[in-house]
Write a protein that binds this ligand. Structure first.
Ligand SMILES: Nc1ncnc2c1ncn2[C@@H]1O[C@H](COP(=O)(O)OP(=O)(O)OP(=O)(O)O)[C@@H](O)[C@H]1O
Ligand SMILES: [Mg+2]
Length: 394
Protein backbone atom coordinates (compact mmCIF):
# COMPACT_ATOMS: atom_id res chain seq x y z
CA UNK A 1 0.00 0.00 0.00
CA UNK A 2 2.87 2.32 0.79
CA UNK A 3 4.34 1.79 -2.66
CA UNK A 4 0.99 2.45 -4.35
CA UNK A 5 0.11 5.47 -2.22
CA UNK A 6 3.54 6.98 -2.82
CA UNK A 7 2.63 7.18 -6.53
CA UNK A 8 5.90 5.52 -7.45
CA UNK A 9 5.66 2.86 -10.22
CA UNK A 10 9.32 1.86 -9.85
CA UNK A 11 8.74 1.01 -6.19
CA UNK A 12 5.53 -0.89 -7.03
CA UNK A 13 7.47 -2.90 -9.60
CA UNK A 14 10.22 -3.64 -7.10
CA UNK A 15 7.76 -4.83 -4.45
CA UNK A 16 5.91 -7.07 -6.92
CA UNK A 17 9.14 -8.38 -8.46
CA UNK A 18 10.66 -9.25 -5.08
CA UNK A 19 7.47 -10.96 -3.94
CA UNK A 20 7.27 -8.77 -0.81
CA UNK A 21 3.64 -8.24 -1.76
CA UNK A 22 1.33 -10.00 -4.20
CA UNK A 23 -0.79 -8.32 -6.87
CA UNK A 24 -3.97 -9.68 -5.27
CA UNK A 25 -3.16 -8.69 -1.69
CA UNK A 26 -5.73 -6.61 0.12
CA UNK A 27 -5.08 -2.97 0.91
CA UNK A 28 -7.36 -2.32 3.89
CA UNK A 29 -10.85 -3.54 3.00
CA UNK A 30 -10.26 -3.69 -0.75
CA UNK A 31 -7.97 -5.29 -3.31
CA UNK A 32 -4.79 -3.48 -4.35
CA UNK A 33 -6.34 -3.01 -7.80
CA UNK A 34 -9.55 -1.45 -6.43
CA UNK A 35 -7.49 0.77 -4.13
CA UNK A 36 -5.36 2.02 -7.03
CA UNK A 37 -8.32 2.61 -9.35
CA UNK A 38 -10.11 4.57 -6.63
CA UNK A 39 -7.04 6.73 -5.92
CA UNK A 40 -7.83 9.26 -8.64
CA UNK A 41 -5.38 11.78 -7.22
CA UNK A 42 -2.39 9.60 -8.20
CA UNK A 43 -0.44 10.88 -11.21
CA UNK A 44 0.82 7.40 -12.16
CA UNK A 45 -2.42 5.55 -11.59
CA UNK A 46 -2.69 3.94 -15.04
CA UNK A 47 0.93 2.83 -14.92
CA UNK A 48 0.43 1.19 -11.54
CA UNK A 49 -2.81 -0.46 -12.64
CA UNK A 50 -0.88 -1.91 -15.61
CA UNK A 51 1.86 -3.16 -13.31
CA UNK A 52 -0.61 -4.87 -10.99
CA UNK A 53 -2.31 -6.54 -13.96
CA UNK A 54 1.02 -7.52 -15.52
CA UNK A 55 1.99 -9.27 -12.29
CA UNK A 56 -1.34 -11.11 -12.18
CA UNK A 57 -3.91 -8.93 -10.41
CA UNK A 58 -7.38 -10.37 -10.99
CA UNK A 59 -9.92 -7.76 -12.20
CA UNK A 60 -12.82 -9.89 -10.96
CA UNK A 61 -11.80 -8.71 -7.47
CA UNK A 62 -13.42 -5.41 -8.39
CA UNK A 63 -16.79 -7.08 -8.19
CA UNK A 64 -15.89 -8.99 -5.07
CA UNK A 65 -14.78 -5.82 -3.35
CA UNK A 66 -18.35 -4.56 -3.24
CA UNK A 67 -19.75 -7.93 -2.38
CA UNK A 68 -17.35 -8.83 0.38
CA UNK A 69 -19.97 -8.06 2.99
CA UNK A 70 -20.56 -10.79 5.56
CA UNK A 71 -22.98 -13.39 4.29
CA UNK A 72 -22.92 -12.27 0.69
CA UNK A 73 -21.75 -14.62 -2.04
CA UNK A 74 -18.49 -13.84 -3.79
CA UNK A 75 -19.09 -13.86 -7.48
CA UNK A 76 -16.74 -13.69 -10.41
CA UNK A 77 -18.03 -10.91 -12.56
CA UNK A 78 -16.84 -9.12 -15.63
CA UNK A 79 -16.13 -5.42 -15.85
CA UNK A 80 -19.37 -4.98 -17.73
CA UNK A 81 -21.37 -6.34 -14.83
CA UNK A 82 -19.48 -4.15 -12.33
CA UNK A 83 -20.37 -1.18 -14.50
CA UNK A 84 -24.03 -2.18 -14.44
CA UNK A 85 -24.08 -2.81 -10.69
CA UNK A 86 -24.90 0.60 -9.22
CA UNK A 87 -24.63 -0.68 -5.65
CA UNK A 88 -20.93 -1.32 -6.33
CA UNK A 89 -18.89 1.79 -5.46
CA UNK A 90 -16.39 0.71 -8.16
CA UNK A 91 -19.04 1.20 -10.81
CA UNK A 92 -18.81 5.00 -10.94
CA UNK A 93 -15.00 4.85 -10.77
CA UNK A 94 -14.87 2.49 -13.75
CA UNK A 95 -17.40 4.68 -15.54
CA UNK A 96 -15.00 7.66 -15.36
CA UNK A 97 -11.96 5.64 -16.32
CA UNK A 98 -9.87 6.80 -19.29
CA UNK A 99 -9.81 4.57 -22.41
CA UNK A 100 -6.30 3.25 -21.67
CA UNK A 101 -7.09 1.97 -18.17
CA UNK A 102 -10.34 0.53 -19.47
CA UNK A 103 -8.43 -1.21 -22.26
CA UNK A 104 -5.87 -2.78 -19.90
CA UNK A 105 -8.57 -4.06 -17.53
CA UNK A 106 -10.56 -5.57 -20.40
CA UNK A 107 -7.39 -7.14 -21.77
CA UNK A 108 -6.57 -8.77 -18.45
CA UNK A 109 -10.04 -10.32 -18.40
CA UNK A 110 -10.08 -11.61 -21.97
CA UNK A 111 -9.80 -15.42 -22.25
CA UNK A 112 -7.50 -14.93 -25.26
CA UNK A 113 -4.99 -13.22 -22.96
CA UNK A 114 -4.89 -16.20 -20.64
CA UNK A 115 -4.62 -18.71 -23.48
CA UNK A 116 -1.75 -16.85 -25.07
CA UNK A 117 0.16 -16.43 -21.81
CA UNK A 118 -0.30 -20.15 -21.11
CA UNK A 119 1.77 -20.92 -24.23
CA UNK A 120 4.97 -19.81 -22.50
CA UNK A 121 3.87 -20.55 -18.96
CA UNK A 122 6.48 -23.25 -18.36
CA UNK A 123 9.29 -21.83 -20.39
CA UNK A 124 12.21 -19.52 -19.77
CA UNK A 125 10.24 -16.91 -21.72
CA UNK A 126 7.43 -16.71 -19.18
CA UNK A 127 8.12 -13.09 -18.08
CA UNK A 128 7.41 -12.04 -21.66
CA UNK A 129 3.69 -12.56 -21.00
CA UNK A 130 3.86 -9.16 -19.28
CA UNK A 131 4.51 -7.46 -22.60
CA UNK A 132 0.70 -7.52 -22.98
CA UNK A 133 0.68 -4.52 -20.68
CA UNK A 134 3.19 -2.57 -22.78
CA UNK A 135 1.94 -3.28 -26.26
CA UNK A 136 -1.57 -2.20 -27.25
CA UNK A 137 -3.23 -4.57 -29.74
CA UNK A 138 -1.07 -6.98 -31.77
CA UNK A 139 -2.57 -9.97 -29.94
CA UNK A 140 -1.93 -12.27 -32.91
CA UNK A 141 1.70 -11.18 -33.11
CA UNK A 142 2.20 -12.15 -29.47
CA UNK A 143 0.29 -15.39 -29.90
CA UNK A 144 2.49 -16.47 -32.80
CA UNK A 145 5.64 -15.25 -31.06
CA UNK A 146 4.81 -17.24 -27.93
CA UNK A 147 4.03 -20.33 -30.02
CA UNK A 148 7.44 -20.16 -31.64
CA UNK A 149 9.20 -19.58 -28.34
CA UNK A 150 7.46 -22.57 -26.76
CA UNK A 151 8.60 -24.98 -29.50
CA UNK A 152 11.65 -27.08 -28.77
CA UNK A 153 14.23 -26.31 -31.42
CA UNK A 154 17.93 -26.75 -31.97
CA UNK A 155 18.17 -23.85 -34.40
CA UNK A 156 18.79 -20.28 -33.24
CA UNK A 157 15.67 -18.17 -32.72
CA UNK A 158 15.31 -15.51 -35.42
CA UNK A 159 12.14 -13.41 -35.48
CA UNK A 160 11.35 -10.81 -38.12
CA UNK A 161 8.86 -8.11 -37.04
CA UNK A 162 7.34 -6.56 -40.16
CA UNK A 163 4.77 -4.00 -41.14
CA UNK A 164 3.67 -0.38 -41.01
CA UNK A 165 5.40 2.40 -39.10
CA UNK A 166 4.39 3.21 -35.55
CA UNK A 167 2.69 -0.11 -34.81
CA UNK A 168 4.97 -1.30 -32.02
CA UNK A 169 7.74 -3.29 -33.71
CA UNK A 170 10.63 -1.47 -32.08
CA UNK A 171 8.63 -1.22 -28.86
CA UNK A 172 8.27 -5.00 -28.67
CA UNK A 173 11.92 -5.54 -29.61
CA UNK A 174 13.00 -3.13 -26.87
CA UNK A 175 10.84 -4.70 -24.16
CA UNK A 176 11.86 -8.27 -25.01
CA UNK A 177 15.24 -8.29 -23.28
CA UNK A 178 14.22 -6.06 -20.40
CA UNK A 179 11.27 -8.29 -19.46
CA UNK A 180 13.48 -11.39 -19.59
CA UNK A 181 16.14 -9.49 -17.71
CA UNK A 182 18.80 -10.42 -20.24
CA UNK A 183 21.22 -8.02 -21.97
CA UNK A 184 20.17 -6.50 -25.30
CA UNK A 185 22.30 -5.03 -28.06
CA UNK A 186 20.48 -2.94 -30.68
CA UNK A 187 22.07 -2.38 -34.08
CA UNK A 188 20.70 0.35 -36.28
CA UNK A 189 21.14 -1.33 -39.66
CA UNK A 190 20.94 1.93 -41.63
CA UNK A 191 24.41 2.90 -40.38
CA UNK A 192 26.30 -0.09 -41.81
CA UNK A 193 28.68 0.68 -44.67
CA UNK A 194 30.54 -2.62 -45.13
CA UNK A 195 30.07 -6.31 -44.39
CA UNK A 196 31.96 -6.42 -41.11
CA UNK A 197 30.46 -3.17 -39.77
CA UNK A 198 27.71 -5.15 -38.12
CA UNK A 199 30.12 -6.68 -35.59
CA UNK A 200 31.71 -3.28 -35.00
CA UNK A 201 28.48 -1.42 -34.29
CA UNK A 202 27.64 0.06 -30.92
CA UNK A 203 24.22 -0.46 -29.37
CA UNK A 204 21.69 2.28 -30.14
CA UNK A 205 18.91 2.27 -27.60
CA UNK A 206 17.41 5.69 -26.93
CA UNK A 207 16.33 4.54 -23.46
CA UNK A 208 19.78 3.45 -22.29
CA UNK A 209 23.11 5.16 -21.82
CA UNK A 210 25.23 4.93 -25.00
CA UNK A 211 26.99 1.58 -25.04
CA UNK A 212 30.74 1.29 -24.91
CA UNK A 213 31.04 -2.12 -26.55
CA UNK A 214 30.56 -3.31 -30.10
CA UNK A 215 28.25 -6.16 -31.11
CA UNK A 216 31.30 -8.42 -31.46
CA UNK A 217 32.46 -7.62 -27.93
CA UNK A 218 28.91 -8.01 -26.63
CA UNK A 219 28.60 -11.50 -28.15
CA UNK A 220 31.96 -12.59 -26.72
CA UNK A 221 30.93 -11.28 -23.31
CA UNK A 222 27.57 -13.09 -23.52
CA UNK A 223 28.98 -16.27 -25.11
CA UNK A 224 26.75 -19.28 -24.45
CA UNK A 225 24.28 -17.16 -22.46
CA UNK A 226 20.78 -15.96 -23.30
CA UNK A 227 20.79 -12.46 -24.72
CA UNK A 228 18.95 -10.46 -27.36
CA UNK A 229 20.27 -8.78 -30.49
CA UNK A 230 17.89 -6.35 -32.19
CA UNK A 231 18.58 -5.52 -35.84
CA UNK A 232 16.48 -2.41 -36.29
CA UNK A 233 15.33 -1.50 -39.83
CA UNK A 234 17.05 -4.50 -41.38
CA UNK A 235 15.81 -3.88 -44.94
CA UNK A 236 17.22 -0.35 -44.93
CA UNK A 237 20.79 -1.66 -44.91
CA UNK A 238 22.76 0.08 -47.67
CA UNK A 239 23.56 -3.14 -49.50
CA UNK A 240 21.75 -6.39 -48.78
CA UNK A 241 25.02 -8.29 -49.29
CA UNK A 242 26.03 -7.02 -45.84
CA UNK A 243 23.43 -9.35 -44.38
CA UNK A 244 25.46 -12.37 -45.46
CA UNK A 245 27.40 -12.10 -42.16
CA UNK A 246 24.21 -13.32 -40.49
CA UNK A 247 23.97 -16.58 -42.44
CA UNK A 248 26.38 -18.55 -40.27
CA UNK A 249 25.17 -17.40 -36.84
CA UNK A 250 21.53 -17.93 -37.86
CA UNK A 251 22.23 -21.39 -39.26
CA UNK A 252 24.84 -22.82 -36.91
CA UNK A 253 24.61 -20.66 -33.81
CA UNK A 254 28.29 -19.75 -34.13
CA UNK A 255 30.13 -16.98 -35.78
CA UNK A 256 33.54 -15.59 -36.40
CA UNK A 257 33.85 -11.83 -36.57
CA UNK A 258 36.90 -11.76 -38.79
CA UNK A 259 38.72 -14.31 -40.93
CA UNK A 260 41.22 -16.25 -38.85
CA UNK A 261 39.44 -15.58 -35.55
CA UNK A 262 37.98 -18.32 -33.36
CA UNK A 263 34.26 -19.14 -33.50
CA UNK A 264 32.02 -17.72 -30.81
CA UNK A 265 28.99 -19.66 -29.54
CA UNK A 266 25.92 -17.49 -30.23
CA UNK A 267 23.36 -20.31 -30.06
CA UNK A 268 21.51 -18.70 -27.14
CA UNK A 269 21.03 -15.36 -28.82
CA UNK A 270 17.48 -14.37 -29.74
CA UNK A 271 17.71 -12.32 -32.94
CA UNK A 272 14.89 -9.81 -33.45
CA UNK A 273 14.86 -7.89 -36.71
CA UNK A 274 12.41 -5.11 -37.56
CA UNK A 275 11.40 -3.89 -41.01
CA UNK A 276 8.64 -2.13 -42.93
CA UNK A 277 8.59 -4.85 -45.62
CA UNK A 278 4.99 -5.66 -46.55
CA UNK A 279 3.40 -2.61 -44.90
CA UNK A 280 1.24 -2.15 -48.02
CA UNK A 281 0.25 -5.84 -47.87
CA UNK A 282 -0.98 -5.39 -44.31
CA UNK A 283 -3.32 -2.58 -45.38
CA UNK A 284 -4.47 -4.44 -48.50
CA UNK A 285 -5.29 -7.48 -46.38
CA UNK A 286 -7.16 -5.21 -43.97
CA UNK A 287 -9.26 -3.69 -46.78
CA UNK A 288 -10.34 -7.12 -47.94
CA UNK A 289 -11.48 -8.34 -44.54
CA UNK A 290 -15.21 -8.98 -44.07
CA UNK A 291 -15.39 -7.09 -40.76
CA UNK A 292 -12.38 -4.74 -40.72
CA UNK A 293 -13.17 -3.45 -37.21
CA UNK A 294 -13.13 -6.93 -35.62
CA UNK A 295 -9.90 -8.21 -34.09
CA UNK A 296 -7.95 -10.51 -36.43
CA UNK A 297 -8.73 -14.19 -36.11
CA UNK A 298 -5.92 -16.72 -35.99
CA UNK A 299 -6.89 -17.91 -39.50
CA UNK A 300 -6.73 -14.40 -40.90
CA UNK A 301 -3.35 -13.89 -39.28
CA UNK A 302 -1.95 -17.13 -40.66
CA UNK A 303 -3.21 -16.00 -44.05
CA UNK A 304 -1.42 -12.66 -43.69
CA UNK A 305 1.82 -14.39 -42.62
CA UNK A 306 1.59 -16.52 -45.76
CA UNK A 307 1.26 -13.42 -47.95
CA UNK A 308 4.20 -11.71 -46.29
CA UNK A 309 6.83 -14.42 -46.47
CA UNK A 310 7.38 -14.33 -50.26
CA UNK A 311 7.58 -10.54 -50.11
CA UNK A 312 10.36 -10.74 -47.50
CA UNK A 313 12.11 -13.43 -49.50
CA UNK A 314 12.10 -11.18 -52.56
CA UNK A 315 13.68 -8.40 -50.59
CA UNK A 316 16.18 -10.11 -48.27
CA UNK A 317 16.84 -13.21 -50.36
CA UNK A 318 15.66 -16.79 -49.82
CA UNK A 319 18.88 -18.00 -48.22
CA UNK A 320 18.58 -15.51 -45.36
CA UNK A 321 14.82 -15.97 -45.02
CA UNK A 322 15.09 -19.75 -44.86
CA UNK A 323 16.96 -19.29 -41.58
CA UNK A 324 14.26 -17.04 -40.06
CA UNK A 325 12.12 -18.88 -37.52
CA UNK A 326 9.03 -16.73 -38.06
CA UNK A 327 7.93 -13.58 -39.86
CA UNK A 328 5.40 -11.59 -37.86
CA UNK A 329 3.26 -8.96 -39.58
CA UNK A 330 1.98 -6.15 -37.35
CA UNK A 331 -1.71 -5.42 -37.87
CA UNK A 332 -3.71 -2.15 -38.09
CA UNK A 333 -5.23 -0.93 -34.81
CA UNK A 334 -8.94 -1.21 -33.99
CA UNK A 335 -10.82 1.85 -32.71
CA UNK A 336 -10.54 0.72 -29.07
CA UNK A 337 -6.82 0.30 -29.51
CA UNK A 338 -6.43 3.77 -31.04
CA UNK A 339 -8.37 5.29 -28.13
CA UNK A 340 -6.14 3.47 -25.67
CA UNK A 341 -2.99 4.67 -27.45
CA UNK A 342 -4.23 8.27 -27.49
CA UNK A 343 -5.03 8.10 -23.76
CA UNK A 344 -1.59 6.65 -23.04
CA UNK A 345 -0.07 9.47 -25.11
CA UNK A 346 -1.92 12.00 -23.00
CA UNK A 347 -0.46 10.56 -19.79
CA UNK A 348 2.99 10.09 -21.28
CA UNK A 349 3.16 13.69 -22.48
CA UNK A 350 1.62 15.52 -19.53
CA UNK A 351 0.58 13.32 -16.61
CA UNK A 352 0.48 16.21 -14.14
CA UNK A 353 -1.74 18.35 -16.39
CA UNK A 354 -4.05 15.42 -17.14
CA UNK A 355 -4.54 14.77 -13.43
CA UNK A 356 -6.33 18.09 -13.10
CA UNK A 357 -8.69 17.40 -16.04
CA UNK A 358 -12.21 16.03 -15.74
CA UNK A 359 -12.93 12.58 -17.19
CA UNK A 360 -15.12 14.28 -19.83
CA UNK A 361 -12.26 16.54 -20.98
CA UNK A 362 -9.86 13.59 -21.19
CA UNK A 363 -12.39 11.60 -23.14
CA UNK A 364 -13.09 14.39 -25.59
CA UNK A 365 -9.37 15.07 -26.23
CA UNK A 366 -8.74 11.38 -26.80
CA UNK A 367 -11.64 11.04 -29.22
CA UNK A 368 -10.74 14.20 -31.09
CA UNK A 369 -7.17 13.01 -31.66
CA UNK A 370 -8.52 10.06 -33.65
CA UNK A 371 -9.54 12.51 -36.41
CA UNK A 372 -5.85 13.07 -37.11
CA UNK A 373 -5.02 9.34 -37.24
CA UNK A 374 -2.87 8.31 -40.20
CA UNK A 375 -2.77 4.52 -40.68
CA UNK A 376 0.65 4.67 -42.36
CA UNK A 377 2.15 6.43 -39.32
CA UNK A 378 0.24 4.49 -36.67
CA UNK A 379 0.65 5.46 -33.01
CA UNK A 380 3.03 8.29 -33.87
CA UNK A 381 0.20 10.24 -35.54
CA UNK A 382 -1.85 9.92 -32.33
CA UNK A 383 1.04 11.13 -30.16
CA UNK A 384 1.35 14.13 -32.46
CA UNK A 385 -2.39 14.86 -32.40
CA UNK A 386 -2.52 14.63 -28.61
CA UNK A 387 0.47 16.89 -28.20
CA UNK A 388 -1.07 19.52 -30.53
CA UNK A 389 -4.26 19.44 -28.47
CA UNK A 390 -2.34 19.75 -25.22
CA UNK A 391 -0.55 22.78 -26.60
CA UNK A 392 -3.88 24.39 -27.45
CA UNK A 393 -5.35 23.49 -24.05
CA UNK A 394 -2.41 24.83 -22.06
N1 LIG B 1 1.18 -1.30 -30.23
C1 LIG B 1 1.53 -0.21 -29.55
N2 LIG B 1 1.13 -0.08 -28.27
C2 LIG B 1 1.48 1.01 -27.56
N3 LIG B 1 2.21 2.01 -28.03
C3 LIG B 1 2.65 1.94 -29.31
C4 LIG B 1 2.32 0.82 -30.11
N4 LIG B 1 2.89 1.01 -31.32
C5 LIG B 1 3.54 2.17 -31.25
N5 LIG B 1 3.40 2.75 -30.05
C6 LIG B 1 3.95 4.06 -29.64
O1 LIG B 1 4.55 4.67 -30.77
C7 LIG B 1 5.97 4.76 -30.61
C8 LIG B 1 6.64 4.32 -31.89
O2 LIG B 1 6.44 2.92 -32.08
P1 LIG B 1 7.57 1.94 -32.58
O3 LIG B 1 8.91 2.60 -32.42
O4 LIG B 1 7.41 0.63 -31.95
O5 LIG B 1 7.18 1.89 -34.12
P2 LIG B 1 7.69 0.90 -35.22
O6 LIG B 1 6.61 -0.09 -35.48
O7 LIG B 1 9.03 0.37 -34.86
O8 LIG B 1 7.76 1.90 -36.47
P3 LIG B 1 8.92 2.09 -37.58
O9 LIG B 1 8.65 1.06 -38.61
O10 LIG B 1 8.68 3.48 -38.11
O11 LIG B 1 10.25 1.94 -36.92
C9 LIG B 1 6.30 3.83 -29.45
O12 LIG B 1 7.41 4.27 -28.73
C10 LIG B 1 5.03 3.90 -28.60
O13 LIG B 1 5.04 5.04 -27.80
MG1 LIG C 1 10.98 0.89 -35.43
Amino acid sequence: MFALASDNPAEVRRVLESGEAGPNDAVGPQSALAFTLASTQLTHRTEMVKLLLAYGADPSALAEHARARPGSRMSRASLESVLRDESNPMSSILEDMDPATRYWLARAEAPQTRRTSALIHRSFFRPLARVRYDLIGQDRVLEQLFRVLSMPSMAPIVVLLCGPSGHGKSLLARKFGSLLDVPTHTVNMTTLRSTHDIWRSYSMNPYEAPSTCTLGEFLIEQEGKRCVVVLDEIEKVEDEKMLSSLLMPWELGRCSFEAGHRHVDVSQVVWLATSNIGHDLVFEHQRERQVPEAPLSREEYVDLMGLLRPRVSERLGPSLLSRVTTVLPFAPFTKEEKLAIAAEALYALAADVVRTMTPATIDSMVRKSLDAYLPAEGARSLYRAVSTQLLDAV
